[in-house]
Design a protein around this ligand. Structure first.
Ligand code: HEC
Length: 690
């Protein structure tokens, strides 16, 4: 009797504890707009709309949002990812690819998983960054793609590792920052690396249960002498000239993977050329397929279906790795199964995703490389001189793009897309670069282009949040921003729009008018998009707060001035609700590190010049161009370590800080180490005397 009672009690407790745990995370669930308050994949549903049907938070009450719980994230910095929520558990990836599961009502940690990138692959960290844009879930498994190229399957309930697959040749300077995409029992991932060496991009699908490769699609053709992998590569090879394969070709797909459950197609956003300058990689011209394109693939076997190339023969670091958003649009009385994208090149594209036909394309910012896109031919009308043939030229947009990976959202009620857009230009040129003999090795930043900032293209603001009508292809409203690196957006069925900004504010807008309804100062730059979910009838708004991404690496003085310097403020996951009562501990104030004076270190100008070339080909990736750090790594002008040869060697060549994300540089010679110290000190002294 007693035993029976215990069993009865136990089963009641179990039912209580697991009452929520009912969602089977598969294509049906991920496709459904109404999925129980969950957020099951990167863009919430397979459509990537970042649109939530939750109705508790409205225009009327949004100003009552308060922090409900928060989770401090130790040893983190650049946080750019989208958390996922399944049945009351929130999962997220932070710096160095550490994944955690928390109780989504309380913030209590359930488990964590550390893929130990710094100890397993300290040398490989020389390429890329440790910021990941997210994770994926399929049934009971959760997938993590690591900086050093591993795709790992975890048990979602325990965080235990089930399998691990290396997706990148360890000798190649490629890395992963993208959120893997789970569909049809498979997990897809690509990689970045066009700037780090002569690399050739690809995406690969793996079996979600075993991690075994199912198929791979190469984005650009390899050496014809070795035979083409498929007909698509043979077709693509006709659009390349010279010995492109020696330069890798690029096209790396580091983000922008959308699965279309309705049409059973996969859309891959592809990258820019490797190197950037087309004169080098394809000297006699050519479109260079499939650079800067959207390629549709058969999800079963990775076979090519169709493509649309946004920028033929790209030569400006234009890529189409931005989110690809699916929606049914009513255009001139006809329903179009549309795919929408705002890639770097400044146009907003609407494409019929059944066949890849271009429906429309218009400029979302000043665009000076092309006058317009011809809808008949689906090709841009390029303007003269834009390929810096004879002299440097100012082009808008620059490599930062009119829109980068910061997610845009789409609200089917308003019919509008919400785009974090950027209005800057760059001066491109290749004077002094011998395009015929140009060569580069792995692990060094080099693009074959001389570039310098060309300034903002607008007097009123360097960036803005735009509400864009994809049918009429025009802006409906715009909110100006005083900085260029604002985070992705979220919209709800109550016609709210949320965005975190580089200045640390989380803001709610009326999605119809752009009127600001609420803001909250989080005391640290925001680079990750917010999500919303509900547990036990309560709606939450959650986001990661941790200034990051390439602007926090290479943003220069402007970004550094914000004061989100390395380690200065605490990185957090914060959940808001209408009944929240939490007083968030105050963040440390903005801090701009001061260069360290030293009367003992005498700079040798020749060594410093040598060191400058080394630094800006390797270290600048994290410590900033000109050694001006913008947040994801320490400002070395303010560090005492370069003052001591031994300490510098311990950190840089012997990897003393590799478990914290500082790569190991085993191959640097004594002279290179010395030259780096002299360069860093020269930069410190010059800043001190300014
Ligand atoms: C992928 C990013 C990345 C790259 C590339 C990188 N670093 Fe670092 N570095 C870091 C991070 C992160 C830290 C801080 C580690 C910590 O908190 O312990 C760091 C710390 C350091 C420090 C210690 C600073 C201090 O005061 O504690 C030195 C010195 C340094 N790096 C030099 C270099 C040099 C020289 C290069 C190029 C040869 C380089 N780093 C390239 C990320 C990077």
């Amino acid at each position: 009797m007693k035993q029976a009672l215990t069993i009865l009690l136990l089963s009641i407790i179990c039912v209580g504890a697991f009452a929520q745990q009912s969602t089977l995370v598969n294509d049906v669930a991920i496709s459904s707009v109404n999925q129980n308050g969950n957020w099951l994949s990167y863009g919430r549903t397979h459509s990537e709309q970042r649109f939530s049907p939750l109705t508790q938070i409205t225009k009327e009450n949004v100003s009552s949002l308060r922090p409900d719980w928060y989770f401090p994230i130790p040893n983190s910095r650049s946080l750019v990812s989208t958390p996922l929520v399944v049945d009351g558990v929130i999962y997220f990836i932070a710096s160095l690819n550490v994944v955690r599961a928390l109780n989504a009502e309380t913030g209590e940690e359930l488990w964590s998983f550390n893929p130990r990138v710094g100890t397993i692959a300290p040398g490989r960290m020389r390429a890329g960054w440790d910021n990941s844009r997210g994770i994926a879930i399929w049934e009971g498994k959760l997938f993590v793609a690591t900086w050093d190229g591993r795709l790992i399957g975890l048990d979602r309930n325990t965080g235990e590792q089930l399998w691990s697959t290396q997706t990148i040749d360890p000798d190649l300077a490629m890395y992963i920052t993208g959120a893997p995409k789970a569909f049809e029992g498979k997990v897809l991932v690509g990689n970045g690396g066009t700037e780090n060496g002569p690399n050739r991009g690809y995406v690969t699908a793996y079996d979600a249960n075993t991690g075994e490769q199912v198929w791979r699609f190469w984005i650009v053709p390899g050496n014809p002498a070795e035979g083409f992998e498929n007909d698509a590569m043979e077709m693509a090879a006709n659009t390349w000239t010279g010995e492109w394969w020696r330069h890798g070709g690029g096209g790396n797909s580091w983000h922008g993977w959308t699965y279309d459950a309705e049409l059973q197609q996969l859309y891959i956003g592809t990258g820019n050329g490797s190197p950037w300058n087309r004169k080098i990689r394809s000297p006699f011209g050519g479109d260079n397929l499939f650079l800067d394109s959207i390629v549709a693939l058969n999800p079963d076997n990775g076979e090519y279906l169709w493509h649309h190339q946004n920028t033929p023969g790209e030569t400006w670091d234009y890529n189409s790795n931005m989110d690809i958003v699916l929606a049914d649009l009513s255009v001139e009385g006809e329903t179009i199964k549309a795919l929408m994208q705002a890639p770097k090149n400044g146009f907003f594209y609407v494409i019929n995703r059944i066949n890849g036909e271009l429906v429309s394309a218009e400029k979302i910012t000043e665009v000076t490389w092309a006058s317009h896109i011809d809808i008949e031919t689906a090709r841009p009308a390029e303007l003269p001189g834009v390929r810096y043939e004879s002299e440097p030229i100012r082009i808008s947009p620059g490599p930062v793009g009119a829109h980068s990976w910061h997610a845009m959202s789409y609200n089917p009620n308003t019919g509008l897309v919400y785009i974090p857009s950027i209005h800057t230009s760059t001066i491109y040129g290749d004077t002094g670069i011998d395009t015929e003999t140009f060569q580069r090795g792995q692990w060094r930043l080099s693009t074959g282009v001389n570039q310098r900032p060309g300034g903002s293209t607008r007097n009123d603001a360097p960036a803005s949040l735009q509400a864009w009508d994809p049918v009429r292809q025009e802006q409906v409203w715009e909110v100006l921003a005083d900085n260029t690196w604002n985070a992705g957006t979220l919209t709800t069925t109550t016609n709210l729009l949320f965005q975190g900004r580089a200045d640390g504010y989380l803001v709610a807008y009326d999605a119809e008018t752009g009127q600001e309804l609420w803001n909250y100062d989080l005391g640290l730059g925001i680079s990750a998009p917010p999500i919303t979910y509900s547990v036990a009838g309560k709606q939450y708004l959650a986001l990661l707060v941790g200034w990051g991404g390439s602007m926090a690496a290479l943003g220069g003085r402007g970004a550094a001035q914000r004061g989100w310097s390395y380690g200065a403020q605490e990185r957090r996951l914060i959940a808001f609700s209408l009944s929240g009562t939490l007083d968030l501990p105050r963040q440390a104030p903005p801090l701009v590190p001061e260069p360290l004076p030293s009367s003992d270190f005498v700079v040798n100008a020749d060594l410093a010049a040598e060191g400058g070339r080394e630094f800006n080909g390797t270290c600048s990736m994290c410590h900033g161009g000109g050694a001006i750090a913008a947040g994801i790594a320490p400002d070395l002008r303010a560090s005492g370590i370069p003052l001591s040869r031994e300490a510098f060697e311990t950190v840089v060549r012997n990897g003393a800080l590799s478990s914290n994300g500082m790569p190991i540089y085993r191959d640097l010679t004594d002279r290179q180490l010395e030259s780096l110290r002299h360069y860093i000190r020269a930069q410190a002294e010059s800043a001190l005397t300014q």
